[in-house]
Design a protein around this ligand. Structure first.
Ligand SMILES: NC(=O)c1ccc[n+]([C@@H]2O[C@H](COP(=O)([O-])OP(=O)(O)OC[C@H]3O[C@@H](n4cnc5c(N)ncnc54)[C@H](OP(=O)(O)O)[C@@H]3O)[C@@H](O)[C@H]2O)c1
Length: 286
């Protein structure tokens, strides 16, 4: 019986988790990292350390890339372009859709295939059944390596365009960063007022359960239906002023609510004061 095998290039927290998940499943794992010492723990667990990028690419048909960005991916792949021929790169490295498409073309021109992925969980989620990764690119390449890819996470396949997975990933991360900074800002105000983060946690969980709003607003956004029957920008702006003043009175930096208040004011100036918050999607769009 042939042992399943894979190469993992990039051993930050995510690549470490991925290589570890393959080792746990009995794969033969070849690893390469710019800073070789980051492979030490994996080598102790049974991984093979490739001495060069060419050796890492040459070791296996499937090569998982987990790097900071596509500039890093290119800096690595350019060390051994001839070794790309016949390889499938599962490039799970975050970047913009355009840069991801450029890398896919560059790899294809050298005889390789790029599958693009956007991992939707942090490193501890790798190898757990509910985790998902956005994938796009050639369907047959994904199907050919489905078993190995599913060692990491489930597959959320979006289509042939290699940029699609990056686009969905960036949209999700847009929501994630802005939402999470809201949480951190609120916790800073709580802390400044002697309320611990753990004390406020149950209230934060309730407040940040956005599911009702996401579902209520989505069809209205699609229909450009911004009636102010439930909420208005004017109400939101008044509320944000209270938030801003509370933060400032607590000695907390107010730049986050101030930026949102400014956006609400722009919406109001554009004539949306009595429209719903969803009218901001029109203010934001080109
Ligand atoms: N961590 C998360 O929670 C998470 C969640 C979802 C998705 N992701 C995505 O997964 C990817 C990897 O995540 P991570 O947390 O492991 O990121 P990271 O810590 O930024 O990854 C660093 C890896 O990239 C390498 N690298 C950076 N610049 C390089 C260059 N110029 N040349 C060669 N190698 C270079 C590093 O090598 P050295 O070790 O030599 O520095 C290391 O292997 C990122 O695209 C990230 O956006 C991360």
């Amino acid at each position: 019986m042939t042992v399943a095998s894979v190469t993992v290039i990039g051993l930050g927290p995510m690549g470490q988790a991925m290589a570890g998940a393959y080792l746990d499943q009995g794969y033969e794992v070849t690893v390469w990292n710019r800073t070789p010492g980051r492979a030490d723990g994996l080598v102790v667990r049974g991984a093979r350390r490739a001495e060069t990028v060419a050796a890492a690419l040459g070791a296996n048909d499937l090569v998982v890339l987990s790097l900071t960005d596509h500039a890093a991916a290119r800096a690595i792949l350019e060390q051994a372009p001839a070794a790309l021929s016949g390889r499938t790169l599962a490039n799970l490295t975050s970047d913009t859709p355009d840069r991801v498409r450029e890398t896919a073309e560059w790899v294809a021109a050298r005889g390789g295939v790029q599958i693009t992925g956007g991992v939707q969980v942090p490193p501890p989620g790798i190898g757990t059944p509910e985790a998902l990764t956005y994938y796009s690119g050639p369907r047959e390449a994904i199907e050919a390596h489905r078993t190995a890819l599913e060692v990491l996470t489930g597959i959320d396949y979006l289509g042939e365009d290699p940029g699609l997975a990056a686009l969905y990933y960036q949209i999700g991360i847009d929501m994630f960063w802005t939402g999470l900074v809201g949480y951190l800002h609120g916790q800073a105000v709580a802390r400044a007022n002697g309320i611990s983060a753990r004390e406020f946690l149950p209230h934060a969980i309730k407040t940040m359960d956005f599911q009702y709003f996401l579902e209520f607003y989505a069809p209205r956004i699609d229909a450009d239906h911004h009636a102010g029957d439930v909420d208005t920008l004017a109400m939101g702006a008044a509320s944000l002023e209270h938030v801003l003043h509370t933060a400032q009175a607590s000695g907390v930096d107010g730049s986050v609510p101030a930026a949102i208040l400014e956006l609400f004011r722009r919406g109001t100036a554009a004539g949306h004061g009595q429209d719903s918050l969803t009218s901001l999607t029109e203010v934001l769009r080109p």
